[in-house]
Design a protein around this ligand. Structure first.
Ligand code: P6P
Length: 336
């Protein structure tokens, strides 16, 4: 099969969709260029002294690694001048990022986690960039309001991630299937390698940090016990696989089948509703998993139906193979 780039694929397969316009293509291109720049730095992190901590903390109170900061700066710098956005929101920034008036504005909104899992970079573990694209609701020309950004995940125009691992890959959906592209460094292009990804309906992997067992609710404990037991639909225990890097865990489960869980944790006030963020992590990954035939829930609600109340809202996340996620929902429905 002749190599197919992301933009060729977009134009070939998504032309019926309104976003196959020049502006959307420009937005994807700038995301791709940003990812290539970030990938280059991630891949040489062990060599150049950009490891270690900046001594600052981000809005989440987490120590900011230089790579986090670098990735955030690259994305903001490239996308603010692309002439396609009216606002951005980064997991590393407390508030909305306005587009400087010196640059032309568009009607898309980009929400991103610049380098998720970056605390793993010193262990040479795969990490990733996650992005979500919305279209503003308020009329063009006026100032963007928070309401333009706090939209339900089901409104997303597109969503995707880059995973910086043994190879650098991009997986995205614009609403018609989920598609994977692998960076060929010799030509500097992401080439189609996983067309129309479909996650197996029944998985064989469960991914969760079991050290929090004592702080989970009863439905979650029943769910994890179900996956560890031979008395499940598979007739044998699921394999436990947990990297501790969301994009790496999600990507593996997407391709092989399985469920990733980050439940609410009663011990830590800031994790009482889970650790992962709705806008920057759960909603974009939920769009991808549904495009691949899977499901994503907070235990009670479809992730894509959750009305965001604040920019950095956290949610419990159960995401992956349809039958496995349905099991979680069943335990929530039947456990008083
Ligand atoms: P824990 C990385 O810090 C991250 O945000 C996700 O990439 C990952 O899935 C999760 O946190 C791991 O959290 O509590 O298991 O270390």
């Amino acid at each position: 099969m002749p190599p197919v780039t992301v933009i060729e694929h977009l134009l070939l397969h998504q032309t019926e969709l309104p976003m196959a316009t020049g502006r959307f293509t420009r937005l994807l291109n700038e995301l791709i260029l940003s990812a290539k720049i970030i990938s280059r730095e991630v891949n040489k992190a062990g060599l150049v002294d950009i490891l270690g901590f900046t001594g600052e903390v981000n809005v989440q109170g987490e120590a900011v690694l230089k790579l986090d900061e670098f990735a955030n700066r690259v994305l903001i710098h490239r996308l603010e001048r692309a002439g396609v956005l009216c606002a951005m929101a980064s997991e590393e920034n407390a508030d909305l990022i306005e587009i400087p008036s010196a640059f032309p504005a568009g009607d898309y909104i980009l929400i991103f986690d610049p380098l998720d899992g970056s605390s793993n970079v010193e262990g040479n573990v795969s990490i990733g960039t996650i992005f979500s694209i919305h279209r503003r609701k308020s009329p063009e020309g006026k100032n963007v309001i928070l309401d333009d950004v706090l939209q339900i995940g089901a409104n997303q125009v597109a969503a995707g991630y880059f995973v910086y691992g043994s190879s650098t890959m991009m997986v995205y959906t614009a609403g018609r299937g989920a598609h994977g592209f692998t960076l060929d460094p010799s030509v500097g292009e992401f080439l189609l390698s996983h067309p129309d990804i479909k996650i197996p309906e029944l998985g064989k992997i469960y991914s969760v940090n079991e050290s929090y067992w004592n702080y989970w609710d009863e439905p979650t404990r029943k769910t994890v016990s179900y996956f560890k037991s031979p008395n499940n639909e598979r007739g044998q225990p699921y394999n436990s696989r947990y990297i501790g890097s969301l994009v790496a865990d999600f990507h593996r489960n997407l391709l092989t089948g399985g469920i990733f869980m980050y439940p609410a944790d009663s011990r830590e006030p800031k994790k009482i509703r889970g650790k992962l963020r709705l806008m920057y992590e759960a909603a974009p990954l939920a769009m991808i998993i549904e495009a691949a035939g899977g499901m994503a829930t907070d235990g009670k609600m479809r992730i894509l139906d959750i009305e965001p109340q604040e920019l950095h809202q956290r949610v419990p996340l159960y995401i992956g193979s349809k039958k496995d996620v349905q099991k979680v929902i069943e335990f929530y429905q039947t456990t008083s």
